[in-house]
Design a protein around this ligand. Structure first.
Ligand code: GLN
Length: 199
């Protein structure tokens, strides 16, 4: 089984570790640059992207992680993790860093006051078994996608209908929502299978 790291600077690390283990991966936490050498893929959890950005910098992880991603390390980011993986971020702090692993423009805290946090059911392309419960917590959405990016899911209805909230580019996957909090393991299985195929 593949070894998948969970970036453990801030955010819902434990939930991702548990979901990965349940999905059949060996999950380890990553806090130091040397720990990047021992993993076949990485999950960047939900939390607060500018705080994680600052900690990446402080702990000297920013450049090594960006390099590993550029070399093809598979990655999955949920919510703040999507923001960090992106190549371009709107409505963030000017000094926030991104990892440039996914050719998308993301708008941070995009859903606005009325619907800051909400749940809905979303069909995810490539992930069989029917719609998935999607939990959004001050989530970003994807505002533009580069040529190599596949849209996996959109908000089905309501004020944000049609907004892109799940994407894949090669072995990099991101969702605006948090599958790690629902007990639905399909996204973590999907990512574990991607990692296993390359590992
Ligand atoms: N709003 C947060 C950010 O900007 C993301 C929220 C989340 O990960 N649940 O990083």
């Amino acid at each position: 089984r593949p070894t998948i790291g969970v970036l453990a600077l801030q955010g819902d690390v434990r939930e991702h570790v548990a979901a990965l283990e349940a999905a059949g991966a060996a999950a380890v936490t990553v806090r130091r640059p040397a720990e990047l050498d021992a993993i076949d893929g990485i999950v960047i959890p939900g939390g607060e992207s500018t705080t994680m950005s600052r900690l990446l910098d402080l702990l000297d992880l920013l450049v090594p992680l960006r390099t590993r991603l550029a070399e093809g390390l598979p990655a999955y980011g949920s919510c703040a993790g999507m923001i960090l993986l992106a190549s371009d971020v709107l409505d963030t702090r000017p000094d926030a860093h991104h990892l440039d692993a996914l050719d998308i423009t993301v708008r941070r805290n995009a859903f606005g006051r009325q619907v800051q946090s909400f749940e809905t059911d979303i069909d995810i392309a490539d992930v069989p078994g029917g719609p998935m419960r999607a939990v959004f917590i001050r989530a970003p959405w994807v505002e533009a996608t580069g040529a190599g990016v596949t849209v996996l899911g959109r908000v089905p209805d309501g004020p944000a209908a049609g907004r892109v909230v799940a994407v894949r580019q090669g072995s990099v996957v991101a969702t605006s929502f948090h599958p790690e909090v629902t007990g639905d393991l399909r996204i973590h299985r999907y990512f574990t299978d991607i990692v296993a195929a390359g590992a």
